[in-house]
Design a protein around this ligand. Structure first.
Ligand SMILES: Cc1cc2nc3c(=O)[nH]c(=O)nc-3n(C[C@H](O)[C@H](O)[C@H](O)COP(=O)(O)OP(=O)(O)OC[C@H]3O[C@@H](n4cnc5c(N)ncnc54)[C@H](O)[C@@H]3O)c2cc1C
Length: 342
């Protein structure tokens, strides 16, 4: 089988890359290992994404489980900080399936095992022995990317196992994040998803009676050092693109898919590399603050949050900086994460 582009993985990154390539005149194949379990795998996700984060894809009504109006941070010691933030809770499996269908790409069901260059082409080998020949390969195959393993031989900085429950709860439009030392640099999230609430955190941090256990998956953070080699590219989780503070990866999946598709259309893959180097989504301050937070005690968190017990974060930020100039960097990075990290 010969194609212009072979995309490995039909999740948010892969399906949107296929969709962004539609109309380019290129022959595109999407190779996806899951069929019946696709919906279950992709339901393990808060689905929270900012409006900006999915602005390149016109959403259908039935792909939006809920609208988001704000974000609330719950700090040890009882302080709560609420910020206005507009976004959605997505039914990402539904969205990915629709994008894939509309893209007109050939869908090949099977698990990719290896990728190698061959005379100006790429060969993608499936576990069942089939091969796909293409000019470009896009690795959109998630945290444990087979494309990354085969071609780049690198790994993201960290892999965090996160588990999620479906619980009962009143309707609402606020995404809630509780921080504290028991979450080891992460947090507990509670998202109103239309039919109750999804609650999740790092594996083992929540009591088992939190609700119906949906499962666990890994979130890779810390971008890999190389995202293009020859005609092979990495996008989304395969590149370690989720934000290390928010652990949100949907926006980076959609935006990297958009940029990768544009680079392929131009025949200039280095433009994708240049975009990543300049993008605010991958500001190294996010990783730095994550490392700092990971070693903080509840006492440290409580101290940091003392001046934030007001409704407006802008006013809080100013007040905090005036009272304690050392937290300026922390405040700015938190604000940037709320803006770019989901
Ligand atoms: C519990 C949890 C909650 C989360 N909540 C949020 C949130 O609220 N907001 C947010 O922005 N992000 C969230 N994330 C992160 C988000 O889920 C990921 O960043 C996003 O799924 C990345 O999309 P992707 O397409 O790059 O990878 P994936 O979604 O992992 O998709 C990869 C696809 O590739 C397929 N695949 C894998 N290997 C192969 C292979 N060898 N051959 C063929 N196909 C293969 C997989 O079956 C899958 O369909 C959460 C993650 C977890 C674990």
């Amino acid at each position: 089988m010969r194609y212009d582009v072979a995309i490995v993985g039909a999740g948010p990154a892969g399906s949107s890359a296929a969709w962004f390539l539609s109309g380019s005149g290129m022959k595109v194949a999407v190779i996806e290992r899951l069929s019946e379990r696709f919906g279950a795998y992709h339901s393990i996700c808060g689905g929270g994404v900012s409006r900006k984060g999915c602005s390149r894809i016109p959403l259908k009504e039935d792909e939006i489980l809920n609208e988001v109006e704000g974000i609330r941070l719950l700090w040890p010691g009882g302080v709560a900080t609420t910020v206005k933030a507009k976004g959605y809770i997505l039914d990402r499996a539904k969205l990915s399936n629709r994008l894939l269908e509309e893209s007109g790409a050939d869908v090949i069901r099977g698990s990719v095992k290896d990728v190698w260059p061959l005379g100006g082409e790429c060969v993608t080998a499936l576990a069942d022995g089939r091969t796909v020949h293409s000019r470009y390969v896009v690795g959109a195959d998630g945290a444990f990317s087979a494309v990354r393993r085969a071609v780049f031989r690198t790994a993201p900085g960290t892999m965090t196992a996160m588990e999620e429950y479906l619980a009962e709860g009143p309707p609402g439009n606020i995404l809630e994040f509780e921080v504290g030392q028991r979450f080891g640099g992460a947090y507990r999230w509670t998202f109103p998803c239309g039919s109750g609430r999804t609650v999740g955190s790092v594996m083992g941090a929540l009591p088992s009676d939190t609700g119906k256990w949906l499962g666990h998956r890994f979130i890779p953070c810390g971008c890999v050092p190389e995202i293009v080699r020859g005609n092979v590219m990495l996008i989304g989780d395969a590149a370690g693109f989720p934000n290390p503070l928010t652990y949100g990866g949907l926006r980076a999946a959609f935006e990297s898919a958009w940029e990768a598709a544009a680079a392929i259309r131009r025949g200039d893959l280095q433009s994708y590399v240049s975009w990543q180097k300049k993008s605010k989504l991958f500001d190294p301050r996010f990783s730095d603050l994550h490392d700092r937070i990971a070693s903080m005690t509840d006492g440290n968190f409580a101290e940091l949050s003392k001046p934030m017990n007001h409704r407006s974060l802008f006013a809080n930020g100013l007040l905090t900086v005036v009272r304690n100039p050392r937290v300026l960097g922390v405040c700015m990075t938190c604000l940037a994460a709320i803006r770019y990290g989901w």
